[in-house]
Design a binder for this molecule. Structure first.
Ligand code: GLU
Length: 420
């Protein structure tokens, strides 16, 4: 096999190990398997930014297209200090499997800039986003590669990207990004989509396991775009939210939190810490507290070898990308914990991104109720397909989801053949 050490990172090694394991199970053609182990293209850029104090800082950014077999590439843009080529490449590969699993006409991509977005002013963030967009402009476009928000980026980031791209075209090009503000072509329900998708798969998972989703006790790690929405919708569904956390730490109340009041507190205080009527708890301890459902919706590698055997939940729904290490995954599997994998559990975001892209291309926008019912249909169908395959193959949901995603991409390669 060809040396691919430039992409080496913890997450890339995990992604390759997953691919290799599933390729063996699928008895994938050797050449196609080998092809899927590399990204199609990867761009590394340096981004000089004039800081507010007059100095200039250089930031390193990436955009990686894993494959373009099923359509233009799709995937988020993250601003985080942990960003590197290997991590972005692994996340692009995961997007390929996720899009294929959900039946979306996309290949996988990911982008990132290594920075601490909380340490930058709005003006610095805008300049960083515009210059990053200018540097990767050859790789993006509505029928080429369509970025979206991810860790550390949001609707505003997408509006700046869309504006920068549009300026170079001399016209408005809404289809170049998804997750935009509504006023410039965003979709109703996009902001809530990932959290809502988690609720739909949890509804199916609890039903299959013979429980009712209502009255389950839930812990949510990460109270951002994904976790806060999931917590609110599950609370409305009748679940007891016993613990939540953000980057600074968590809060815990075995009798349940009032999520509406908690959201008001977060708006005022800037975080969940200090919420009255709950005890403080560290992020590390929160994961192992008693509950029925655990939703890691923060960052990667949170459920690890050193805490997986103490996870009390019987269902883990991965809101983040890669929150469970392979060692922890094996421990959870041995203990009979049902893990709904990231490429299925958090796919609601990219599914509504697809709806947003389609609406933008047609200049025709759907009502929110239409978006949510179509999202529910897509999530439920994907969950049931994965559940059935897992039972048929006698395997876990992650393996089944990867089998389905990888099989589709490989089939695309097979029928398209090799150029030239
Ligand atoms: N960043 C999200 C993900 O990891 C959404 C990607 C998209 O909407 O393109 O799935």
């Amino acid at each position: 096999m060809t040396d691919n050490s430039e992409f080496d990172s913890h997450l890339y090694r995990t992604a390759l190990a997953q691919l290799d394991r599933v390729a063996a199970r699928l008895t994938l053609d050797r050449d196609i398997h080998e092809r899927l182990r590399y990204p199609r293209r990867a761009l590394v850029v340096s981004i000089p930014i004039r800081m507010d104090d007059g100095s200039t800082n250089i930031f390193i950014g990436y955009r990686v297209h894993h494959n373009t077999v099923l359509g233009p590439t799709k995937g988020g843009l993250r601003y985080d200090l942990g960003v590197n080529l290997g991590e972005v490449t692994a996340l692009a590969m995961l997007m390929s499997w996720k899009c294929a699993l959900m039946g979306l006409p996309y290949g996988g991509a990911k982008g990132g800039v290594r920075c601490d977005p909380r340490a930058l002013s709005t003006r610095e963030l805008e300049n960083l986003t515009r210059r990053y967009t200018a540097e990767i402009i050859l790789l993006i476009g509505p029928d080429l590669d369509i970025p979206a928000p991810d860790l550390g980026t949001d609707e505003q980031t997408m509006a700046w990207m869309m504006d920068t791209y549009s300026m170079t075209q001399g016209k408005s090009v809404p289809g170049v990004v998804t997750g935009k503000p509504l006023i410039v072509g965003g979709s109703a329900g996009r902001r809530e989509a990932t959290g809502r998708g988690i609720v739909y798969v949890l509804y199916q998972a609890t039903r299959r396991l013979g429980h009712e989703l209502r009255s389950r006790k839930v812990i949510v790690q990460g109270f951002g775009n994904v976790g806060a929405v999931a917590a609110r919708l599950l609370w409305r569904e009748g679940c007891t939210i016993v613990g939540v956390s953000d980057i600074k730490g968590g809060i815990w109340n075995p009798d349940g939190l009032d999520v509406r009041q908690l959201e008001a507190h977060v708006t005022e205080a800037g975080g969940v810490g200090g919420y009255p009527g709950a005890d403080p708890i560290s992020n590390v301890d929160l994961i192992t507290q008693p509950c029925d459902i655990l939703i890691p919706a923060a960052i990667g590698s949170q459920i690890r070898e050193d805490n997986a055997d103490r996870v009390k939940a019987s269902i883990v729904a991965e809101g983040a990308n890669g929150p469970t290490t392979p060692e922890a995954d094996a421990l959870l599997r041995e203990r009979g914990v049902t893990v709904i994998p990231d490429i299925l559990a958090n796919a609601g975001g990219v599914v509504v991104s697809y709806f947003e892209w389609v609406q933008g291309l047609q200049y025709y926008f759907w009502r929110e109720s239409e978006i949510t019912s179509r999202l529910q249909e897509v999530m439920t169908r994907a969950f049931n397909r994965v559940w059935t395959l897992a039972n048929k193959e006698g395997t876990d949901l992650r393996t089944a989801a990867l089998m389905e995603g990888i099989r589709r991409v490989a089939e695309g390669y097979r029928v398209r053949g090799l150029y030239p």
